[in-house]
Design a protein around this ligand. Sequence first.
Ligand code: OGA
Ligand code: MN
Length: 200
Amino acid sequence: MGQPVRVPAMGQPPGAARRLRGLARVWPRFLSAAEEAALGRELEPLLSRQRYQFDHWDGAIQGFRETERGRWGAASRAALERAAAAAFPPAPPPLPLVHVLDLHPGGHVGPHVDSVKFCGCTIAGLSLLSASVLRLVSCRDPHEWLELLLEPGSLYVLRGAARYDFTHEILRDEESFFGGRRVPRGRRLSLILRNAPQPP
Ligand code: OGA
Ligand code: MN
């Protein structure tokens, strides 16, 4: 399968936007400046101990370091609870451990679908530090795609078809455009909430 045909200045084909209405959403400025600062302060000492990895075994993520965290200070916890309430259905709620991904300015998240073994119907992400572009591409038809602009402080949610039937990726700096506008990709932190797979 070739690369999706993409001409940034032409905007997004309407099919994916229609199909994913309500299933791929962004809340810009979801976090207050104080919440962003609190989350960053709490994570920095955990992350700065590690080196960035450029050799992930399956190649999906390059130039990253990561951790999981379940205990938070009051300000961070309040922000995460607000994000969970905004993004998740009543059941199943997000898992207690938050996945923290620190992407190097030269790193990226390649196209993938989160494993159904470890993740249920909803994925939500808070973004800190650098803006980035999240691209969704239909697993059935690579011409069907949608891009979301993730500014620092934003919250996104992927559920249903956006979670199962489209790959998602975070574009590398050289490819980081949104509607024709360049979105320089510096270091980016994300806090990703996922719910548990539904029992069969
Ligand atoms: C992942 C992923 C996206 C993000 O780690 O599976 O898709 O927002 N991350 O960092
Ligand atoms: Mn993912």
